[in-house]
Design a protein around this ligand. Structure first.
Ligand code: S3P
Length: 465
C-alpha cells in the first residue's frame, strides 16, 4: 500500500508501461458484520496541498499539523522542495516549510513529477506562472490524460508559454513571466483547481485579479490567502455569482496550519457503516466546510442515521466527529447544483444508492468524466458487473437499489483510488466477495485505508488476480 511515487520522463513510453504493471495490487472485500469503533479521518487532501504551497510561497516557517501523508501530497512536498522551499517532516509528525518569501521560487533543476495529482499539478502551474522560470512538468499515466487546458488557456492569455505550444496535458515545459497581465475570468467549469491556480498566479501579478464563479466551489484557497496575511474580497454580482478579487502583489507571511480530517476519505468508513447491518462507527475530526459537505446532506435526505458530535472550529474551519449507524436508505434525486460540493463523492454515493429503496438519480456529473478516471463509466461498468441496475447518461447516473447484491466481480478501478475504495465498500455487503485491481492507488489519498477499515471489523484483504 505504500508504493513509492513513480517517476518517468517526457516520452518514456517503455517506463510508463512498467509503472502500469508494477502498480497492480489487488484487494478483496467480503461480507462483514456490525462495523464498530472510532477512527480518525486522514488529513484533508485539498488543505494539505495548499498548506505546502502557501508555506513555500510565504516568508518564514509554517508548521503543519495533521498533513495527509498520501502520495499526492508527498508529490507536492517534493515539488515545493524542487522550487526552493525547505520542506521537512519532524519526528513528531509535524511538517515544517521554510518558505521562499516574496518572489523567491527558483527554477527546478529536474522535471517536477506530480504523480497522480491533478490538484498539485494545476495549483503549482498557477503559482509558477508569474515567475521568469522554466519547469518541465510530468505526471503518471492517469494525470497525463487529464485536461490542463482549463488552467493553461487563461494563463496563456496572460503571457505564459508552453512547449509544445498548444499542449493541453502533461508532460510539458512551462515558462512563466514576471510581467503577466492581470485577468478577470469567469470560470467555464466549476473547478476549485482552476480558481486556485488563477488566484495563486494573481498573488504575484501587479493589479486586480478577478475570478467569477457561477457555481461556488471549495474555498480553501481563499481562506488560506487570508490566513497567510493576504487581503481578498468575496462578493456576489447581480447574477448571484461569487466574485473573488485580489490586488497583487500580495506578500504572504508564514502561518501555522492544523489540517482537519478529509470528508472525502471519511465517506468510506461512514458509508460502510450505514450499509453494513449492526454497525455503529464514529469518524473523528471531519471537516464540515459547507462547500464540501454535499454527500452528508444527501445521505441524510436518504434517511441515513448520521449525527454530528462535538462540533467545533479549528484553524478557521468547522470540524465534527461523525457517528454513523446502519440505516435503511431511500432513493433521492440529487440536484445538479449540489455537484461541486460533493464532486469526489459520487462513486461512494452510487454504492449507497445500490442498497436504497428506489432509483437514485444523480445529475450534473460532466466533471466526473475527467477525474482520475472517467468515473461515470467506471461506476456504471463496475455496478453492472456486480449485478446492480444502473443507467448512464452523458452527465448523469441512475442507480436502482436492491436487497440482493450478488457481487462476486473483479472490478477494474482504472487506477482510480476512489473507484477502488467504493467497490471494496460494496463487497462488505455483497453475497460473494468483490476484488479490485489497482488497489495501491488508494495510497494517493488514504494510505491507512485498509488498517482503518480493518480496525472497524471490515474484511478487506490483499489477494491475487
Ligand atoms: C480539488 C478540487 C476538485 C476535486 C479534487 C480536489 C481541490 O477538483 O475533485 O479532488 O483541492 O481544489 P476540481 O476543482 O477540478 O473540480
Amino acid at each position: 500500500m505504500t508504493a513509492p511515487i513513480m517517476k518517468f520522463g517526457r516520452s518514456d513510453k517503455a517506463k510508463l508501461s512498467t509503472i502500469q504493471t508494477e502498480r497492480q495490487a489487488f484487494l478483496k472485500s467480503q461480507r462483514s458484520h456490525g462495523l464498530t469503533g472510532s477512527v480518525t479521518a486522514p488529513g484533508d487532501k485539498s488543505i494539505s496541498h495548499r498548506s505546502l504551497i502557501f508555506g513555500a510561497l510565504a516568508e518564514g516557517v509554517t508548521a503543519i499539523q495533521g498533513l495527509l501523508e498520501g502520495e499526492d501530497v508527498l508529490a507536492t512536498a517534493q515539488a515545493m522542495r524542487q522550487l526552493g522551499a525547505k520542506v521537512r517532516r519532524e519526528d513528531n509528525d509535524l511538517w515544517h516549510v521554510a518558505g521562499c518569501g516574496a518572489r523567491g521560487l527558483q527554477s527546478p533543476e529536474k522535471p517536477i513529477d506530480f504523480g497522480n495529482s491533478g490538484t498539485g499539478a494545476r495549483l503549482i502551474i498557477g503559482a509558477l506562472a508569474p515567475y521568469a522560470l522554466t519547469a518541465e512538468l510530468t505526471g503518471d499515466a492517469s494525470l497525463s490524460k487529464r485536461p490542463m487546458g482549463r488552467v493553461l488557456d487563461p494563463l496563456r492569455k496572460m503571457g505564459v508559454t508552453t512547449d509544445p505550444s498548444a499542449q493541453n496535458h502533461l508532460p510539458l515545459t512551462l515558462t512563466g513571466q514576471e510581467t503577466l497581465s492581470p485577468l478577470s475570468y469567469t470560470l467555464p467549469v466549476p473547478s476549485a483547481q482552476v480558481k486556485s491556480a488563477l488566484l495563486l498566479a494573481g498573488l504575484n501579478i501587479a493589479g486586480t485579479t478577478e475570478i467569477i464563479e457561477p457555481e461556488p466551489t471549495r474555498d480553501h484557497t481563499e481562506n488560506m490567502i487570508r490566513a497567510f496575511g493576504g487581503d481578498l474580497s468575496v462578493t456576489e454580482n447581480k447574477d448571484g455569482h461569487r466574485v473573488i478579487t485580489l490586488q497583487g502583489p500580495l506578500h504572504l507571511k508564514a502561518s501555522d496550519v492544523c489540517v482537519p480530517g478529509d470528508p472525502s476519505s471519511a465517506a468510506f468508513p461512514i458509508v460502510a457503516a450505514l450499509l453494513t447491518p449492526g454497525s455503529d462507527v464514529t469518524v473523528k475530526n471531519v471537516l464540515l466546510n459547507p462547500l464540501r459537505s454535499g454527500l452528508y446532506k444527501t445521505l441524510q435526505e436518504m434517511g441515513a442515521d448520521i449525527t454530528f458530535q462535538n462540533i467545533r472550529e479549528e484553524a478557521g474551519e468547522q470540524v465534527a466527529d461523525l457517528r454513523a449507524r446502519a440505516s435503511t436508505l431511500q432513493a433521492v434525486d440529487v440536484p445538479a447544483d449540489r455537484a461541486p460540493s460533493m464532486i469526489d463523492e459520487y462513486p461512494i454515493l452510487a454504492i449507497a444508492a445500490a442498497t436504497a429503496q428506489g432509483r437514485t438519480m444523480m445529475r450534473g456529473l460532466k466533471e466526473l468524466r475527467v477525474k482520475e478516471s472517467d468515473r461515470l463509466d467506471a461506476m456504471a461498468r463496475g455496478l453492472e458487473a456486480c449485478g446492480v441496475t444502473v443507467e448512464e447518461g452523458e452527465d448523469w447516473l441512475a442507480v436502482t437499489g436492491a436487497h440482493a447484491l450478488p457481487g462476486g466481480a473483479k472490478i477494474a478501478s482504472y487506477m482510480d483510488h476512489r473507484i477502488a475504495m467504493s467497490f471494496l465498500t460494496l463487497g462488505l455487503i455483497s453475497d460473494a466477495p468483490i476484488t479490485v485491481d489497482g488497489a495501491d492507488m488508494i495510497a494517493t489519498s488514504f494510505p491507512s485505508y485498509r488498517e482503518t477499515m480493518r480496525a472497524l471489523g471490515a474484511d478487506i484483504e490483499p489477494t491475487q488476480p
